[in-house]
Design a protein around this ligand. Structure first.
Ligand code: ADP
Length: 595
């Protein structure tokens, strides 16, 4: 089972305690093989080198019973059985063959390791994407989107590095164990000395690691604050220039960068210490071993074999130590990935009721909603939106219009009360079903990288050209689209940056009209510069070819004149609902409406 078969939201139930492990674990099934191959490679290398010394000693003494100690006698016995004329060639060939096999095993293991890492990394990325797509809209309301972006952009790469470090630890740790065993087999007393030395080395390195863990968390926090500000400078580029705050922004970034890179320097200064300290400690260990060998009167071939094995085993230990340092140094970044994977997701719709259309009105019954910070968005609101005709949604800024729209589109759920589309409570309607009936167009709706046609067809991928054209025409987008070099196939640039605000609005409107929704929500409230022209709106609202009912957020008297009903909000409460011309709101702006 590949990572792509991971389910929606990609985490097994109850995996919230350790979400990253839950994602990565299934990808690590081959990890025991990494360990085994690591051991085999080390064993082959150790044997190849370990036997070389006694055999050479034997050759040089011309087979004349050199006093070989312990385990080496068996090897020597084997060699002396060989024909003396070919002995040197046979020994050389034997050792080379062993080293060749060892190299092949090691190469295979490296490939396996990279493969596991790639699969695990892919699983992490897919799990994050699944989480992002399943998140409650509340995450955006709590302004957590930049934190999520940071987790995806940076921390995920650190997560991949950590997976790699973990695998390298397994591989080199296994090799180091084998070398340890071979050393014991050669001479247990010298091994004890070496073991004691290794404990001292690991204690010193452990102290450095512990220091790093805290530093890495701090660095990750500082770096996040810095990228957040830079992202805001990009997004708010216009405001920064309009208010001539370049220098102030520069100063702010300088402070954040100073803090971040000081932390970065401290962390890497410690990491840079690891290798020299390690080398120094190993050198001390060697000298100690030589002195110990002298005191214990260990024969020279045995000491040589021991030291060579130790030298060859050291890179394994070194790699293990390095990988563990990476692990400790970057584990702080995992917190952000885990945070993302632990975010609450939308509960699935239980026993969804199919929605065949909206012949009846939309009804809000005593609906209340408060934002995560406690601010009331809508209070005890009861009203209906007619199944045919155009309803104006009006009220001062902050009166709850956007909140109402978010509730109506199912982006947020009411704290109390019920919303019915026709006869069906909104929470019983599957999102894919709802979106076919209720569509939103308006300000800040966002476009995706791709062509104009891709963006218009976003809600109905694969729809034919004729329909796209028709929707574009109704949205007043066709004239400028036809003037683009590649027409509908012109790229809109990242987030629609190649287009003007008004052009983006029109593409957004075409995207909503293409759904031929029962209820079209048109939010053209305040952004006068980028608004659709009056004529376009009027034609759309009068023709009503693309929708049955519309809910229009607008302050323009001309637009309001095209509405039959009105819903007037103030302070999150519905203050008036009914035929527009009977409302006090209408009377209040009478002069303008007549114009
Ligand atoms: P309108 O669209 O009419 O301008 P909104 O529905 O956006 O009004 O806002 C209604 C109330 O909810 C206001 O008091 C506003 O400050 C508050 N509000 C809106 N969005 C949020 C949010 N993400 N977090 C907290 N309060 C919010």
């Amino acid at each position: 089972m590949g990572p792509s078969s991971a389910p929606y939201a990609a985490l097994p139930h109850g995996a919230d305690a350790d979400p990253l492990a839950a994602v990565v674990r299934p990808q690590l099934r081959m990890m025991p093989l990494v360990v085994v191959l690591g051991m085999v490679a080390a064993l082959l290398e150790g044997v190849g080198i370990g036997v070389l010394i006694p055999l050479l000693a034997l050759l040089m003494a011309d087979g004349a019973g050199t006093p070989l100690p312990g385990p080496m006698q068996q090897v020597a016995a084997f060699a002396t059985a060989l024909d003396p004329a070919h002995r040197a060639a046979a020994i050389g060939g034997f050792v080379l063959a062993i080293i060749l096999i060892k190299s092949m095993v090691q190469a295979a293991n490296n490939v396996l390791l990279v493969r596991i890492q790639a699969r695990a990394s892919r699983a992490i990325l897919e799990a994050m994407a699944a989480r992002l797509l399943a998140l409650e809209y509340g995450s955006w309301l709590r302004n957590e989107s930049s934190r999520a972006a940071n987790a995806v952009r940076q921390s995920s790469w650190w997560a991949y590095e950590i997976v790699r470090a973990g695998l390298l630890m397994a591989q080199s740790g296994a090799g180091a164990l084998v070398f340890g065993a071979l050393l014991l087999w050669l001479d247990w007393r010298l091994s004890l000395v070496a073991g004691a030395g290794a404990i001292v080395v690991s204690l010193v390195l452990g102290m450095i690691n512990a220091l790093q863990r805290g530093q890495s968390k701090r660095l990750s926090d500082d770096a996040a604050a810095m990228t957040d500000r830079l992202t805001e400078i990009i997004d708010g580029g216009r405001v920064v220039r309009l208010f001539a705050q370049e220098e102030a922004e520069q100063a702010r970034v300088r402070t954040l960068a100073g803090r971040t890179f000081a932390a970065y320097f401290r962390l890497n200064r410690q990491a840079g210490l690891v290798t020299p300290v390690f080398d120094l400690l190993v050198a001390c260990l060697f000298v100690t071993l030589l002195l110990a060998a002298h005191a214990l009167q260990v024969p020279l071939p045995q000491v040589s074999a021991f030291l060579i094995l130790l030298v060859r085993g050291q890179p394994q230990v070194g790699q293990f130590v390095q990988a563990r340092t990476t692990f400790a140094g970057q584990v702080g970044a995992l917190g952000e990935v885990e945070w993302l994977l632990r975010q609450p997701v939308r509960p699935p719709v239980e026993a969804p009721v199919p929605l065949s259309g909206l012949p009846q009105p939309v009804r809000f019954d005593r609906v209340s909603f408060a934002y995560p910070d406690g601010t009331a968005g809508l209070r005890d609101a009861s009203f209906t939106i007619a199944a045919d005709g155009v309803t104006a949604l009006v009220g001062p800024s902050g009166s709850g219009k956007s909140t109402l729209v978010n509730l109506l589109c199912g982006l947020v759920r009411p704290d109390s009360g019920t919303i019915r589309l026709g006869t069906v409570p909104i929470e019983r309607i599957a999102p894919a079903d709802r979106h076919a009936h209720v569509a939103l167009a308006g300000q800040d709706m966002g476009l995706f990288t791709g062509t104009v046609a891709d963006n218009i067809a976003y809600g109905r991928p694969g729809v034919d050209r004729a329909e796209i054209n028709e929707a574009a025409r109704a949205a007043g987008a066709l004239p400028f689209i036809e003037a683009l070099p590649q027409g509908l196939d012109s790229p809109v640039g990242e987030g629609g940056r190649n287009l003007s605000g008004g052009q983006r609005q029109r593409i957004g409107l075409a995207r909503a009209l293409l759904l031929k929704p029962d209820l079209l929500i048109l939010d053209e409230a305040t952004n006068a510069v980028d608004a659709l022209t009056e004529r376009e709106i009027m034609t759309l609202l009068h023709e009503r070819r693309f929708f049955r009912a519309a809910l229009v957020i607008s302050h323009r008297p001309s637009t309001l004149a095209a509405c039959e009903n009105a819903l007037v909000l103030d302070g999150g409460r519905v203050v008036e609902a009914g035929p527009l011309r009977e409302t006090a709101y209408f009377a209040g702006m009478g002069g303008g409406m007549a114009a």
